[in-house]
Design a protein around this ligand. Sequence first.
Ligand SMILES: NC(=O)c1ccc[n+]([C@@H]2O[C@H](COP(=O)([O-])OP(=O)(O)OC[C@H]3O[C@@H](n4cnc5c(N)ncnc54)[C@H](OP(=O)(O)O)[C@@H]3O)[C@@H](O)[C@H]2O)c1
Length: 355
Amino acid sequence: MRRAIAHARRGLGRTTPNPVVGACVVTPDGVVVGDGAHERAGEPHAEVFALEEAGDRARGATLYCTLEPCAHTGRTGPCTDRIIAAGIARVVAAMEDPFPLVRGRGFELLRQAGIAVDTGVEREEAARLNQPFLTTVREGRPFVILKAAMSLDGRVAAAAGERTQLTSAPAMRHAHYHRAQVDAIAIGSETLLVDDPLLTARQVFRERPLTRVVLDRRLRTPPGARLFSTLAAGPVIILTSPEARAREVDRVRALERGGATIVAVDAPGIGAALRALTAFEIQSVLLEGGPTVHQAAWDEDVIDYVHVYVTPAMLGPDGVSLLDGRSLSPATLVEPRVVPLGPDVLIEGYVHRPH
Ligand SMILES: NC(=O)c1ccc[n+]([C@@H]2O[C@H](COP(=O)([O-])OP(=O)(O)OC[C@H]3O[C@@H](n4cnc5c(N)ncnc54)[C@H](OP(=O)(O)O)[C@@H]3O)[C@@H](O)[C@H]2O)c1
């Protein structure tokens, strides 16, 4: 199963809206005869690659897979049919697939065909790989990572309305690497107005478009924002209110001409805005701030993971605090990790026990 998990990792950040999955076929005498990974939506599933590699040697063998095999026809046919036809004797899966069209049906079909099924092997580790998929299926919103850079005294900017460069080059590289993995980056409208950021993943490889999202209920985004010069990197979605959309007719027209997709969200909360993103097949969001939207997301309990880059500088009492001065320390996070990045330190971890 650990080998199947290693294969699953190959798809990380690339399979949305599908989960990442890895699989191996092992003969009764313990020889691995097939390996597979699901690498992109629309391409074959991990089980199919592993079975194809195994060929006739799959007959009587065990299939290890990191997620329950699918039992329905989506962009590809059901894996259960392929497993049964290949003559697999036993399936060992790390976990059930909570997707409504599967949810135990895959296991049931395999058992009905006389195949032995065991589940729960390395479940925790397999589930960690698919937090975006699991959060979207179970909670109807994307997996949200709060990202912020702060000074030693917990400030994210020297003063309100001011752009403050805090992190070193190694920390910036790490942040861009993570931008390359998520489906979308989101910022509050004030950060757009103050920083005028590009929101692209730079100096890293990313093979899919990266969606950029602005949380902007009053629709203040200027059509001349630098963000609109980066549409080759991916779409720009502005989440606004129905009132602003109706009121700001000229701005809506100018923004749409500039390439923005404007979505009116019925409810004012950040949770509703995040839920609206699932219609665009967005399952993971890096919420880059500023502190007002971070606080709103924290208060609504929709932050799943944090990435806080702490830099050895003091910004003083006039600086803007992250999360009302709340300390996001390893002691308050689940499965925390502290990573030195040049002169800076990254503190990361789950806010709650993950799925
Ligand atoms: N160090 C860092 O990591 C970092 C990162 C980003 C920004 N910053 C800094 O932070 C400052 C800007 O932060 P900020 O706190 O003033 O603004 P912000 O969080 O960027 O944006 C706030 C705006 O977001 C909009 N918004 C949309 N949905 C919302 C919701 N559900 N709840 C609350 N607000 C919502 C609100 O405008 P509407 O009411 O019109 O929607 C609100 O005025 C800048 O100085 C920037 O340089 C630092």
